[in-house]
Ligand binder design. Structure first.
Ligand code: PBE
Length: 273
């Protein structure tokens, strides 16, 4: 069985749920007799090029990322999640990439600061940072400062900039804010470490950030393979943000292997034996 005997390449980015979901996709395909290989730790540009060139067959993208980063569409004054989704479906179709479905959760960018500091200065929203930002260091993931929907968008919408910006792995962000090396970081909403590290997520009160619905995207090899599409369809709208957070918790805090977390979930849902 399998698509003419070829191995299906499942791509993934460099953080928790990406490893877990890539393994889930691989396990579901393997259950149907496909050979699947997970290539995680890829950056957005490599994934996009890879899926266009057939080096990656399927991966989990996010609507806001596809919208601004891959399709280079302009920010909306008022973000409309459904409109973003449609534009992404349409735009990716133009690149022969199919959005199979939404996974069921959003993973948005946020700005977080230490809870104690926020309480003392009564900071609850991103706009409250205006008088403080110039004296603050911001710790971010590898890509936030360079992506149009990240720091440039924040600056345009809120009209302030941070004193210094430091790029690092999403995991290291939590350590450097804990040790006081930075004053604010850019967590993802499905990451449970915000609570663990006593951080306060600030309200994006001017709606700078786009919505980031998780979507499964596939090239023609997979999208045109009825059996593969069916095997993967069980994840459609299945994983809500609470579920994704608890799976990420197993990875980040309990330090379980992504493949074990993925298998545990699929078995408990009765999706694989
Ligand atoms: N995220 C949050 C996105 C950008 C915002 C981590 C899900 C991504 O990796 O594409």
């Amino acid at each position: 069985t399998g698509t003419s005997g070829q191995t299906v390449v499942v791509g993934g980015k460099t953080f928790n749920e990406q490893y877990i979901l890539a393994e889930m996709i691989a396990l579901l395909l393997e259950e149907e007799g496909y050979a699947a290989e997970v290539k995680a730790n890829l950056n957005d540009a490599t994934l996009f090029e890879g899926i266009k060139k057939g080096q990656v067959d399927v991966y989990v993208e996010y609507t806001g990322t596809a919208y601004s980063q891959l399709l280079k569409l302009p920010p909306m004054t008022v973000w409309d999640p459904d409109e973003v989704y449609l534009k992404v479906e349409e735009g990716l179709a133009g690149e022969a990439i199919t959005v199979l479905y939404g996974v069921g959760f959003r993973d948005d960018y946020t700005i977080a600061v230490p809870e104690a500091w926020a309480a003392e200065l009564n900071v609850t929203a991103i706009s409250d940072l205006a008088p403080h930002a110039a004296a603050m260091d911001l710790g971010t993931d590898y890509v936030f400062p360079d992506r149009e929907d990240g720091l440039p968008q924040l600056g345009r919408v809120y009209n302030f900039s941070f004193g210094r910006v430091r790029q690092m792995s999403p995991t290291l962000m939590y350590e450097v804010i804990k040790s006081g090396e930075v004053d604010a970081i850019t967590p993802y909403t499905t990451d449970t470490r915000v609570d663990l590290y006593n951080l306060r997520i600030l309200d994006d009160d001017r709606s700078a950030f786009p919505p980031y619905h998780a979507i499964v995207v596939a090239n023609e090899k997979i999208a045109g393979d009825q059996k593969a599409v069916e095997a993967l369809s069980v994840l459609s709208e299945r994983i809500d943000s609470g579920t994704m957070r608890s799976l990420n918790y197993q990875f980040d805090v309990e330090k379980k292997e992504a493949r074990d977390i993925a298998r545990g979930y699929l078995v408990s849902e009765g999706l694989i034996a």
